[in-house]
Ligand binder design. Structure first.
Ligand code: MN
Length: 508
């Protein structure tokens, strides 16, 4: 996923101290970039683009970055007293994420040997402030990372931003396809698709289920059998599924065909995500012997496509589909996993009060604690009530983070909540995948703050992401972020929401 991406490193320099100084800085920069690339902590390679010594050179490299598909962001470092007015035109044109790295080639001051030549080469204490001023003056959105380039903690800050930059680039070319519209009357999963494309980059289209059924009709029977075998090899399963002629077997075959049809349709459209709606599954009658189509909402397919990286939102929730895709991209190579989830039902239990996270079917198996089990059960909601396949599992325990984006009318608000996944109890009568979590700082304040902020009942969860990822994401997207965490109080949150309202009235 990240192999073909690049981050460009540009060193701010100038010719005031002569060409020799720039040559030395160039060598330092190369060594620093090489050191970062070899540190084993960065997911995307950094490409050194040389020193920028004038306004024209700055502008040229910014324009090149804008037009280079591989480049997902720019890292700048001012080794010297780099006069920052030369960055104005370039920064005004930069359309890619910016990381301003306040670092220095040497770690400690060489007290005994330091002379004026050394000073001329190692003045980022000075130059990075000059550059910071211009970024602040221009209102350039950026991340500032401070620390020595060989420090692992500093490298980790760059790594976080790199992953977010990759997800951001991915969302600029993201198509979300909606099979069916919004679940009727639901407000929070709706929103302004034009504004979303302007702000977040992704495009949302509608595809009638009848068009999806054209892909269904073309699915090859041999492929269905092959995928069925893959299911049995990958998951634990109800033995009846393996017996031809059983309801269970037929439902899983239907699910395999659904997965192949969905994937073929999404591939043909170049889509990175999709939504479904249990009220819109096509018009064919399931009791007709010539029935063609989904036996129910395509739950197993959605679960597996989510694990593969397709964004998914239930009930037409295109904002969650897009956000889940971004979470999946940021999560690449990390171990914990991620999923679309829904607040399902509450468990009042004193200080362990928690929220069961599940959905009718569509939870991503990447968060499963152990091998998921393939089962077939009746699902009596929606336009087509029938026996249908799904993966059943419970999630890992431990800390994670969940997020949603809502449309406030004059801006998008990202709401983020730190959560603690705890051990659930078995659900013998509710065969769905699930997680059980306590929202931070506790159930009462966490859930209260989420509701006051206007959060959805859907969210995109990850064990691997941290608040820093979401802060970087909000900065790149230029959207509001509300972070509910161990320090949140209802009083503080209400003030923050009011202050933010004023901010967004002024900064339209
Ligand atoms: Mn829902």
């Amino acid at each position: 996923m990240f192999e073909n991406l690049e981050l460009w490193w540009v060193t701010g320099a100038q010719l005031l101290y002569g060409g020799d100084a720039v040559v030395a800085v160039d060598n330092h920069s190369k060594e620093m970039v090489e050191g970062l690339n070899n540190c084993g902590r960065l997911p995307i390679k950094i490409v050194y683009k040389g020193t920028a010594n004038s306004s024209k050179e700055v502008e040229a490299v910014m324009k090149a970055a804008n037009n280079d598909e591989k480049c997902v962001g720019i890292i700048t470092w001012m080794h010297t007293f780099s006069p920052a007015k030369m960055w104005i035109h370039g920064l005004q044109q930069l359309r890619k994420p910016l990381l301003h790295f306040h670092t220095q080639y040497n770690a400690a001051i060489p007290w005994d040997t330091m002379d004026m030549d050394f000073m001329n080469l190692n003045q980022s204490a000075h130059g990075d402030r000059e550059f910071g001023h211009i970024c602040a003056r221009l209102g350039v959105r950026r991340k500032v990372v401070v620390g020595h380039w060989q420090d692992a903690k500093v490298q980790d800050h760059i790594a976080v931003w790199s992953r977010v930059a990759a997800a951001w680039a991915d969302s600029q070319d993201m198509l979300i396809v909606r099979f069916g519209d919004q679940m009727n009357n639901v407000a929070v999963t709706d929103g302004d698709k034009v504004a979303a494309e302007m702000q977040m980059g992704y495009h949302v289209d509608y595809c009638p289920v009848s068009e999806l059924m054209e892909y269904w009709k073309k699915v090859d029977d041999a492929e269905v059998k092959e995928l069925f075998k893959t299911y049995l090899a990958t998951y634990d399963y109800d033995p009846k599924i393996a017996e031809e002629g059983t309801t269970e077997h037929n439902a899983v075959m239907n699910a395999a065909r659904a997965e192949l049809a969905l994937r073929a349709c999404l591939k043909a459209k170049g889509a990175k995500g999709f939504t479904t709606n249990f009220d819109d599954l096509g018009t064919d009658d399931i009791n007709d012997p010539n029935f063609v189509g989904f036996d129910q909402i395509p739950g197993l397919a959605s679960q597996r496509l989510m694990a593969e990286g397709y964004g998914f939102g239930a009930e037409g929730d295109w904002k969650s589909a897009a956000l889940y895709r971004s979470v999946w991209v940021m999560n690449q190579g990390l171990k914990g996993g991620c999923s679309f989830l829904e607040d399902y039902t509450l468990n009042f239990d004193g200080s362990n009060s928690s929220i069961l996270q599940a959905h009718m079917l569509e939870i991503c198996p990447l968060i499963a604690a152990k091998k998921p089990r393939l089962e077939v059960h009746f699902l009596g909601i929606g336009i087509r009530k029938a026996q249908t396949a799904r993966l059943v599992f419970t999630s890992k325990t431990g800390p994670g983070i969940t997020a949603t984006v809502i449309d406030m009318g004059n801006r998008f608000r990202l709401i983020v909540n730190d959560v603690e996944c705890i051990e659930p109890k078995p659900l013998p009568k509710l065969p769905v995948a699930s997680a059980l979590w306590i929202p931070m700082p506790n159930f009462e304040v966490g859930a209260g703050a989420w509701i006051l902020a206007g959060g959805t009942h859907h969210s995109c969860f990850s064990y691997d992401l941290t608040p820093e990822y979401w802060a970087d994401y909000a900065e790149m997207a230029g959207i509001e972020m509300v972070h509910i965490n161990k320090d949140t109080t209802i009083e503080g949150l209400k003030k923050e929401l009011r202050w933010n309202d004023v901010y967004y009235l002024i900064n339209k």
